[in-house]
Structures are given as C-alpha cells and as structure tokens.
Write a protein that binds this ligand. Structure first.
Ligand code: ARG
Length: 488
C-alpha cells in the first residue's frame, strides 16, 4: 500500500516536471525560430538622448549612430543596435550582451573598471536647467531642492555626491517633462541635449556655469582589444578627415520636434505621425506574449510546488523536494522581480545568445510560479480533510484522489486569487524595458521620448492595460460562474 502510494506520488510529480520541461522546450523552439540573423557587431544605446541617440521615423539615428555606422563601414562590418535604458548600457557591454556601446557615454574611472573606452569623440558638460523665473542661480542653490536627473548618468552621480539624492528618471526627456510640470525644481543634464530642450521650450533656461567637463567615448568589451583598436583607428582617421566634425555640425543644427497644440494635433503627433501607434501595437503584442507564456509556466510550476508542499504537510513525505520548494519560494518571494529579471538576463544567460522575450517569459514564469504555489497550497488546504480520507477509503490512490477529487475543488476555491495573480503578472511585465524589450510600457516611453509629451502616450498605455485587465476579469468571472454551475 505504502509503496503503491509512493509510486503514485512520484508519477504525479514526474508528470508535472515533464509538463514544465515541455513548455520550456516549446518556448525555446519558438525563440530559436525567431532568432535574429547572426553575425556582425552588436551595440547598445539609449535612443532618448537627442541629438546623440534618438528615434526618427522608426529608426535609431543621431551623432553616435552616424559615427558608429561610419566606423563599422570602415571595418567592413555591420552593426545591430539594441535600444535599452541607459542604466543597462554599460552592464550590457561588461557582461558581453553586446560588443560595444555608444550612447553619449562619459569616460569615468569607475566605468573604466568595467569596460574599455575608445579615444574620445566629443566633449561635454553637465549643466543645470531651471525654469526662466527660478530663484536658483548657481550650484549651491540646488541644496535642498528637488533635482531631476537621468538615472545612472554622470549627472546622477554628480548630484548624489555634491548636492544630495536626486530624483531619477529613465531618460533626460522625462526629467525635463517633470521640470515643466513643476515636479522638480531643476534638471542636471548633458549640455547639448540640454541646449536642445531649452531652445525648444521658452520657459526653460540653462545656468551659465557648468558642473563638470567630460569626454564621450565608445565603450568596448574588455575581452576584445582588437575591436577597441579597430574602432580607435577608424575614429582617428575620421577625426583627421573632418568626418567627426561634419557629423556633429549636421546634428548640431537640428531642432527638436515641436510639441503640437490642441488635442487633435496632439493625438496626431503622438500616435499617427511617423506611425507611432506601432510602438503601442508591437509593444502590446510583446506584453501579451510574455504574460501568456509566463502565466502558463507559473500555473504548471505553481501546481507542482503546491502539491509537493501540501503532500509534505499532510503526509510527512517528499521531505527533500519540499525543502527545495521552500527554498525557491523564499528566494523568489524575497527579491524584487526586476532584480530577478536582470540577474537572469545579465548573469545566468549573460554569455549566451538568447531571445529576450524568452528570458522575460522564464523570469516572470519562475516568479509567478512562487505565488501560484502558495495560492494552490491554500486551495488544497481549504478542501476538507475528509475528502481525501473518503477517496482513500474507497480504494482510490493518493495521486488519483489528489488529481480528481481534491485539485478540482481546490482550483475552484482559489480561482479569484489566481485571477488576481495573473492581473498582477500582466502589469508587472511593464519592467521589461530594463532588458531592452519593447513592451507596451516601453512603447509609450519611446513615444514620449520622441514627442516630449508625457500625457498622451502614458494615458494611452494606461488605457490599454486597463482594457486588458477588465477583459481578463470578465473572462475569469465567466469561468467562475461556469464552475459554480457544474457544482449544482
Ligand atoms: N554623459 C552622461 C553619462 O555618460 C549621460 C549619457 C546619457 N546617454 C544616453 N544615451 N541617455 O552618464
């Protein structure tokens, strides 16, 4: 009897393991079909830094980008550009996710420990932007006021070291938008982007004394000195031939796209012009894809762990498995999902070429599994003990009773909690931008960084999430009703 029970347990666990593996294999298969063409060099940038790196007509352009394409042309190479948060750019080079990065990156001793820098190709300064009528007139006036910066930049570091904790935004345009909206009192930003923002906006000005003197260079992987040398040779030649100066001058003249007045003009500018709605549509697809498959992994993994945990609780068996499950729950629930996502992307899959969508699916799936596990466990616990005893005394095996008597009731009991978990999951995927995935939220941010309008793109993004959640809740309610009907 005891032996039969154990075999049943094992086969149940085995089956669940198999389903998880199958799902993962399926996903791997899917992602390898979609893998972008290999070969050439990959580079990281943050295309929200006009006029060095920005998006125009759906394409990433700017001083950095022109320089890099010219460098690559001279090396006989092609470059594939990965657009990500500035925070992640150096880490992407350091971990080998990309070969190099050009993003108006200031050479600094700390960064030199992580990456190699090419020879500089531009000089820059951190400057202070304030509203025209501001009482802030110099650096010392910044103490005690709210200063906006772009997270992870030299401006961020400077303010933190010399003035106080800044308010960190994911790009300069957002910091400036916050300044315009009165959310911060000043913004510290690189001079050229700052000048562009100010000439675009009559209510802002730049204070005369800059905070720093800096140089921009290309960041190259430490383990690729040949690439560094090739880039340096190309930059030297381009400098001598006046190519660097020509590119800088060309973009120096460009003005930021102007804001549209009036609601329809604004709708047109944010969504219709240059086909910007596509950022939302494509982003929506990425969000749905990640949420769906992550929920699938979450439910399988969660059911598996939930069963192991409650079996261990109720029968005292599966001790070791239970131990591992508890360890997993502790680690996953004890750390933020964004940290888990970054660890999986940069550390675990650091040196392997893998689709980012897959990374996100795995990260969110593993994360959700932990929460689903506890939900399922509470569901199993909520089913009266007598049910199991009744099943067993009818001669049914443990696994069979679990599967066909306990689980269906447990599932019904926890459906609202599960629904809640999937709603959370759907919205949680909005941090995918950290690993350069263009999900719905990132899509909205990209529009914002092109139109310098926060209201329209963010409202649109919020509305789309809201509609999805309302739809999901509706489906869940239907499912609940159907299950209730079956009961009668
Ligand atoms: N020069 C500053 C730094 O290296 C800011 C660069 C920001 N670049 C960007 N593409 N957002 O920290």
């Amino acid at each position: 009897m005891q032996m039969q029970r154990q075999t049943e347990n094992r086969s149940c666990v085995l089956r669940c393991c198999l389903s998880v593996l199958l799902t993962i294999a399926l996903l791997l298969g899917m992602s390898s079909c979609k893998k972008e063409e290999q070969g050439g060099l990959t580079m990281a940038t943050d295309a929200a830094f006009f006029p060095y790196d920005y998006v125009e007509n759906g394409e990433i352009v700017g001083i950095d980008i022109d320089i890099v394409h010219e460098v690559a042309r001279r090396m006989g190479e092609r470059v594939r550009i990965e657009n990500m948060e500035f925070d992640s750019v150096i880490a992407a080079v350091q971990s080998g996710k990309v070969d190099f990065a050009a993003a108006g990156i200031t050479v600094s001793p700390d960064r030199e420990k992580q990456v190699n820098f090419s020879r500089p190709y531009a000089v820059a300064q951190q400057v202070i932007i304030v509203p025209v009528h501001s009482t802030i007139a110099q650096e010392s006036d910044l103490v005690g006021v709210r200063v906006g910066v772009q997270s992870g930049t030299t401006g961020d570091l400077y303010v933190k070291e010399h003035i106080g904790e800044p308010e960190r935004y994911s790009n300069g345009a957002m910091a400036v938008a916050a300044l315009k909206a009165g959310k911060v009192d000043a913004v510290v930003l690189d001079n050229l982007p700052a000048e562009k923002h100010v000439s675009h906006n009559a209510r802002l000005k730049i204070l005369p004394t800059p905070l720093t003197e800096e140089a921009y260079a290309i960041a190259v992987r430490k383990d690729n000195p040949q690439l560094l040398e090739a880039i340096n040779n190309a930059l030297d030649a381009m400098d001598k031939e006046g190519v660097l100066a020509r590119i800088a001058a060309e973009y120096g003249e460009k003005a930021m796209p102007t804001e549209e007045q009036g609601i329809w003009a604004s709708v047109h500018n944010n969504f219709v012009k240059d086909g910007r709605w596509r950022y939302l549509a494509n982003g929506l697809w990425v969000t749905v894809e990640i949420s769906f498959f992550a929920a699938l992994i979450g439910i399988v993994l969660g059911a598996l762990i939930g069963i192991v945990r409650s079996t261990a609780d109720q029968t005292g068996r599966l001790k070791w498995l239970d131990y591992f499950c508890r360890l997993y729950l502790t680690v996953i629930r004890g750390t933020p999902v964004v940290v888990q996502l970054l660890i999986i992307y940069f550390v675990i899959f650091g040196s392997v070429e893998i689709s980012k969508v897959l990374v996100a699916i795995v990260a969110f799936g593993l994360n959700s599994g932990a929460y689903v596990a506890e939900i399922i466990r509470s569901g199993i616990m909520s089913v009266d003990k007598g049910q199991m005893e009744a099943g067993r005394s009818l001669g049914l095996g443990y696994g069979y009773t679990m599967r066909s008597v306990i689980m269906p009731q447990a599932f019904k009991n926890v459906l609202p909690a599960l629904g809640n978990e999937f709603i959370v999951l759907l919205k949680e995927t909005s941090i995918c931008g950290y690993i350069a995935l263009q999900d719905l939220t990132k899509g909205g941010n990209i529009i914002l960084s092109q139109t310098y309008d926060a209201f329209m793109p963010l409202m649109a993004v919020a509305l789309i999430y809201l509609l999805m959640v309302v739809g999901l809740s509706h489906l869940l309610k239907k499912l609940e009703k159907r299950l209730q009907k079956n009961e009668r």
